[in-house]
Every structure is written in C-alpha cells, then in structure tokens.
Design a protein around this ligand. Structure first.
Ligand code: GAR
Length: 216
C-alpha cells in the first residue's frame, strides 16, 4: 500500500514507520513524506534515507483550502493510498477528510477519547490518573476522533513529569504505530458502526493495576 507520512516536527514516529516498512514483506511502502513546517527535523532525515520529501508550508497559502489542494495534488500525484499523520499539527478540513475517507490514520499521545488536544501528558499528571498511553485511529473531521485501530497503555509513575511520561509514551507510540499500519495495509481491518474490527486479532486478557496489588 503506497503510504505518505505527514509531519510537522521531529518525526520519530515517521522514522518508526519507515523502518518498519523497509522489509519487502511489509504490506506498506512509504513513498512520500510531507511537512507543513520548513524547520521539521524529520524532513531532513527522510531525505537522507532516500524518501521523496515535500515541503508544503501552510504560511505560503492564503487559506486552508488552498493549502489542502496542494496537499491533495501531491498525494494524488504520488498515487498515495494511505496517509499517516505523525505529529502533523494542522487540523484537516471536513472536505479533505471526506475525500480521503478511511484512508487517513493518526497517532495521538493519550488513551482516546480521554485527553484530546495538546499538552496531554501534563493534563494527565495534573489529574492524577494512573494510566495513559497512545492511540492510533482513523481520522474524522472532529479533532482526535475516529475509529480506534490500536492503543497501548503506559502507567503513570509517582515521580513523572510531562517529559519523563512523554518519553515512555513515545516508546509505546513507536511500537503501536507500525503495528497499526501493518494491520491497515494488510487489509485485516473493517469499520463497523464506527468501531474497528481486526481479523484474527489476539487480544490480551490481563488486568493491570497501578499501584500494583501484587507488590503491596
Ligand atoms: C508524538 O508524541 C505524537 O503522538 C504527537 O506529537 C508527537 C510527535 O513526535 N501527536 C500529536 O499530538 C497529534 N495530535 P514525533 O514528531 O517525534 O513523531
């Protein structure tokens, strides 16, 4: 499946996807990386490993639809079948999302539908919740909403700050996103009543407690 990755910054999730997709047997191939931000570090990395890159700086466009038209043309021109948002910090309009219905997936650093939006880790810590994590989901026009493909749970530790928590969640993101891409690209996924069904999925049955009741 020809895949494009959209980034705005560092691009560590993009790297995880590119690395996972490099063996020939992986069902997706990363053909294009697009950034809306000229300073995105990820763009340089992608260029260095030989992926086609494109900068579409939203500041060069007078409105959202002009920006998205350029995005759309680049994606269609590269015959892209699936778009992975990886730290892409622009909201996409209803028109764009409808045109790419069920062909855009996103990584969000929380257990959706909890903690949509920005500063997820600090808000998690402020609320004293015991678990957070990350979510890969199909994109809908509403922010951080859409059928959930995969989630990973990360315990919040007593001495966590936003940075320590973010770095542990990031490790989970780098595992979860390639796994989700592999499921989508291999056609194992169906969306029924706005929920994702995964063919032949193995699901965990364990209960994790935090604090751990086995240790107290
Ligand atoms: C990641 O933590 C990703 O989950 C988050 O931005 C970071 C990008 O890091 N995405 C969002 O907050 C989207 N709403 P990366 O550029 O190193 O992949």
């Amino acid at each position: 499946m020809k895949t494009a990755i959209l980034i705005s910054g560092r691009g560590s999730n993009m790297q995880a996807l590119v690395n996972a997709a490099s063996p020939p047997e992986f069902p997706a191939r990363v053909n294009l990386v697009i950034s809306n931000n000229p300073d995105a570090l990820g763009l340089k990395w992608a260029g260095k490993v030989g992926i086609n890159t494109k900068l579409i700086n939203h500041r060069d466009y007078s409105n959202r639809s002009a920006f998205e038209n350029e995005l759309d043309q680049s994606l269609v021109g590269a015959e892209v079948e699936l778009i992975c948002l990886a730290g892409f910090m622009r909201l996409l309009t209803q028109e764009f999302v409808s045109r790419w219905q069920n062909r855009i997936i996103n990584m969000h650093p929380s257990l959706l539908p909890a903690y949509k939006g920005l500063n997820t880790h600090q808000r998690v810590i402020n609320d004293g919740v015991r678990f957070t994590g990350c979510t890969v989901h199909f994109v809908r026009p509403e922010m951080d909403k859409g059928p959930i493909i995969a989630q990973a749970v990360v315990p919040v530790l007593p001495n966590d700050n936003a940075e320590t928590l973010a770095s542990r969640v990031l490790v989970a993101e780098h595992r979860c996103y390639p796994f989700a891409l592999q499921m989508v690209a291999s056609g194992k996924i169906k969306i029924v009543n706005n929920c994702v069904l995964v063919e032949n999925a193995t699901n965990p049955e364990v209960v994790i407690m935090n604090p751990d009741d086995k240790q107290s």
